[in-house]
Design a protein around this ligand. Structure first.
Ligand code: PBG
Length: 328
């Protein structure tokens, strides 16, 4: 459409002209409360241990974990997601159900430090605790035994809730895990502890650096329980099942290669949708930035904005505390 003399009558650029007008019309905003910080704590550590494939991220000691939790909460993050690394692993992941296991000890520490000022979450899965690195217990033939694993998850749920977790994140992709965990929590009197289900969790190469972070010894892969990156409908099926089983929130993981999944789920369901920007996504940006190939701060905000724009209400990101501080 041209006016007299050939001027465009409609000029979308008018709304991009100044920072003020761009701020006025921005459709997506990031807020510290949207961000959830994953934290690793290592049993027996006396110094924080750097994770080489995740520059800036460490395995915390109990003391530095408390400090990191305090700082993140002061910056206004919406939640903390805890992962424990036990000093001994075995076939059934005993440390995961030991009331004095590292994750439970850390939950009590963090609950004492930040109380109800944030949402304290814990990863509910066996892979950090098993010597074979799988997310469940194995049959004699080496395959993961779904139903025997459910009972282990139920036990984990109760000890995590008792240690002070407000929200549990079952992440093992076993069939029926949300219902099983919900029933166990309710039977133990923890009806107010909520479930953030890792519902659409893909078998992804982007979890690479996480394996170093939790010292996983995994042989083989997780293709028989995590989803095939080729599939989208399957995510919706998993999400609807988890909601029917009592999930309070659902999650898509990883984030950036699965933004179409985030969008579809956000359009279809009426529970909050989280997305996990995983270790490999973090590592790629840090590595490229360290080489001077991208503008680190700009790219971090762009990735988070993209995930929010796709429809995620919350984002788990290793940059949560840093970004929350900058947003304030
Ligand atoms: C399972 C779990 C994993 C991650 C979070 N929870 C690993 C896996 O499923 O293989 C990965 C997180 C990341 O890569 O940042 N306990």
């Amino acid at each position: 459409m041209s006016g007299s003399g050939g001027f465009p009558l409609v000029r979308p650029r008018r709304l991009r002209r100044t920072p003020a007008v761009r701020r006025l019309v921005a459709e997506t905003r990031l807020h510290p409360a949207d961000l959830i910080l994953p934290l690793f704590v290592r049993e027996g550590a006396t110094e924080p241990v750097p994770i080489s494939s995740m520059p800036g991220v460490v395995q915390h000691t109990r003391d530095t974990l408390r400090k990191a939790a305090h700082e993140a909460v002061s910056a206004g993050v919406g939640g903390l997601m805890l992962f424990g690394i036990p000093s001994a692993k075995d076939a059934c992941g005993s440390a995961g159900t030991d009331p004095d296991g590292i994750l439970q000890v850390a939950l009590r520490d963090v609950a004492a430090e930040v109380g109800d000022d944030t949402v304290i979450m814990s990863d509910l899965c066996l892979d950090e605790f098993t010597d074979h690195g799988h997310c469940g217990v194995l049959r004699e033939d080496g395959t993961v035994d779904n139903d025997a694993t459910l009972d282990r998850y139920a036990e984990m749920a109760v000890v995590q809730a008792e240690a002070g977790a407000h929200m549990l994140g079952p992440s093992g992709m076993m069939d029926g895990q949300v219902a099983h965990v919900r029933r166990a929590l309710d039977a133990a009197g923890h009806t107010d502890v909520s479930i953030l289900a890792y519902s659409a969790k893909y078998a992804s190469g982007f979890y690479g650096p996480f394996r170093e972070a939790v010292e996983s010894t995994l042989q083989g892969d997780r293709m028989s329980y995590q989803q095939d990156p080729a599939n989208a409908d399957e995510s919706l099926r998993e999400v609807l099942l988890d909601i029917a089983e009592g999930a309070d929130m659902v999650m898509v993981k990883p984030a950036m290669s699965y933004l179409d999944i985030v969008r579809r789920i956000a359009d279809e369901v009426h529970v909050p949708v989280a997305a996990y920007q995983v270790s490999g996504e973090y590592a790629m940006v840090e590595a490229a930035a360290a080489n001077g190939w991208i503008d680190r701060d700009r790219v971090i905000l762009e990735t988070l904005t993209g995930i929010r724009r796709a429809g995620a209400t919350s984002i788990l990101t290793y940059w949560a505390a840093e970004v929350a501080r900058k947003l304030r």
